[in-house]
Design a protein around this ligand. Structure first.
Ligand SMILES: Cc1ncc(COP(=O)(O)O)c(C=O)c1O
Length: 402
């Protein structure tokens, strides 16, 4: 008899065994950062406000007193939900009761919960033609048929969305969700203007297809004005909104939230169970958001803008525009590089990583998982200005040699 007990035969029918092959991609150890790290989309360690976070935790613990340090409220710390409601009103023109806000382990958990609530195997979900890999993971976990819709500089193209909905219907599939990142889309960096937001919402409402609006890194805006969210334009409750403090405070807390109408929130709360998010994280991030966040965002966004400008300048100075183009977002952590089809960024990646230059290939953002080797996301948030200049110069030499 084998010594080690094998659980495989006992897996329940609902376990996502089809994902086992994908596991190493997401659960592998976080890779050591390369010297010229254009791959990871979070702020450089020196931009994390660790000391003020510690002060915030201590202050909030002192205010609430030890008697309140019991298990967390399943929906999340109420003062925090009240603060989120006020902030969304100010910055996204949303009118939301704290009762319709659920704290989550990052916005990623919010997306996962909505997918779990709505998707049956084989249902269709619409996303951009390149999109955040964590969402693709959640959609694949629930066996969704994922359809990518192409975009222009204003994000998803309404006519293409309409065509895709018709195609899904002609395939006799039910379309359960449209997933959107309207501001500084990950990875393409595009932002939907207000008309585009209205057009897309109107198509979703007329077709009866719910939207997940992912606020992503919209608070890392360093040019232009904040735009109303799609949720704020929606008087039907078809839009569920997710937001996150991961990138603008500390990724390790992975604290986010979901804003949803009653008829979906009630089932999401049951799926999530009675386990509220870690209360110490909520205390620390809440107090930080109240006392320090506005000033922190000023510093962070100034730094990000400087690094973005350095990257744009380095791209301009090194890359031949006959073969390459890149997006020019007014905020966020990354730009989207596209190169002529004859240039193979997968092959170049093998060489660039030997020289300590990393980036994320288009394939990782591809809805159907097919190889997309003529585009890549370049994050400028994790490198110093000097590292950006040197890293882009190394990459350019490899690309133009190819
Ligand atoms: C667009 C987008 N949505 C959601 C997430 C998940 O963020 P969180 O850390 O809040 O789970 C990320 C993380 O990179 C992201 O880029």
């Amino acid at each position: 008899m084998e010594k080690q007990y094998k659980f495989e035969k006992n897996y329940s029918k609902s376990t996502p065994t089809h994902m086992l092959g994908e596991k190493s991609k997401i659960f592998g150890p976080i890779r050591d950062h390369m010297k010229y790290d254009f791959r990871n989309s979070y702020p450089a360690p020196e931009l994390l406000p660790v000391s003020n976070i510690l002060k915030s935790l201590e202050k909030e613990l002192t205010i609430v007193g030890s008697s309140k340090n019991l298990y967390p409220d399943p929906q999340g710390y109420l003062p925090f939900r009240e603060l989120i409601s006020e902030t969304l009103h100010l910055k996204r023109q949303m009118d939301i009761s704290p009762e319709n806000i659920l704290l989550t382990d990052g916005s990623g958990q919010g997306i996962h919960l909505v997918a779990e609530a709505l998707i049956n195997p084989g249902d269709a979900v619409i996303v951009d033609d390149f999109v955040y890999g964590g969402t693709l993971w959640s959609l694949r976990r629930f066996h969704a048929n994922i359809y990518g819709v192409s975009s222009d500089q204003n994000g998803m193209i309404p006519e293409k969305l309409q065509e895709t909905i018709e195609k899904i219907h002609s395939n006799n599939q039910l379309c359960k969700l449209i997933y959107l990142i309207p501001t500084f889309q990950n990875p393409q960096g595009t932002t939907m203007n207000i008309n585009r937001r209205k057009e897309i919402l109107s198509i979703a409402q007329n077709s009866g297809i719910p939207i997940i609006e992912d606020d992503g890194v919209a608070n890392m805006r360093y040019e232009g004005q904040h735009l109303p969210s799609i949720q704020s334009l929606d008087d039907t409750g078809i839009t569920t909104f997710v937001g996150s403090y991961s990138k603008m405070v500390v990724p390790g807390f992975r604290l986010g939230y979901l804003v949803a109408s009653d008829s979906i929130l009630k089932i999401i709360e049951i799926i999530k169970g009675s386990r509220g998010v870690n209360k110490f994280s909520a205390f620390a991030v809440y107090r930080f958001a109240k006392d320090f966040l506005e000033n922190h965002l000023k510093v962070l966004n100034f730094e990000l803008k400087t690094r973005r400008n350095t990257m744009f300048e380095a791209l301009e100075n090194n890359f031949d525009k006959k073969y390459t183009s890149w997006s020019t977002p007014e905020g966020g952590l990354y730009t989207w590089l596209e190169v002529a089809p004859e240039i193979d960024l997968k092959k170049i990646q093998l060489q660039s990583e030997k020289l300590e230059v990393s980036y994320d290939l288009g394939t990782n953002f591809s809805p159907d998982g097919s190889e997309k080797n003529s585009c890549a996301r370049l994050c400028f948030s994790g490198c110093s200005n000097e590292e950006i200049i040197t890293g882009i110069s190394i990459l350019s030499n490899l690309i133009h040699k190819d």
